[in-house]
Ligand binder design. Sequence first.
Ligand SMILES: [Zn+2]
Length: 223
Amino acid sequence: MYGKTQHFEGADGRLYFHYPLHARYLSKTTAGEPLFEHEITACEYIDGKELYTLACNGAPITGAKTLEQVDLILGFFDHDMTEPGERVELPLLEEEVRLYYEDLAKELRKANAEANAKLKGTEYFKLKSQIESLSPPLRFARSCGDDKKAAELEVKLNALAAEQHKILESVGVDRDVLTKKTSCAVCGDCGFTPAGDICSCAIGRTEEIKKYNAELRLARRKA
Ligand SMILES: [Zn+2]
């Protein structure tokens, strides 16, 4: 374990803190005499880094230590693990969010291409351009207060939209997929806010994203 400065990948494919919480390590002299016992007393994940609080022979060591620093402290002498502690799962990682949303976008692009292919040869796109050509006159009629003309155009537009709807249903195409409608207005379905933070939509899907990434790791392990 010593010298490996990376997250711990569990048998379930999920990521955990490298050092287990409340694990104890007994350092020894080369002659095998016990020297110190270190305990991991707390672990937290801040700014993409695993940070640990330790105690030495029961007395707290000041300041949080990085994974590399814990490696150094424990690696200075030979040591045995005397208490295995408990594995603590890492919070949602940026790379997990990125991968999940990238794959989701790929799926959506594929579905969008399939939807377009299904509509090829139908009247759908012809109707779309007819609807588009009627929209400016409708806006104009409304702005002039020409209610009669506006109502007339609305009837036409509704009829065209209904025809479009029928076509979508007959070929089994979802309008949201076709129009690439985004479900999150904050991140536009990329998983990150414009400021670069993990979006609340991703936080709300933490378990799903964790599971997705764990399955990918397990699949990679088998390959
Ligand atoms: Zn979002």
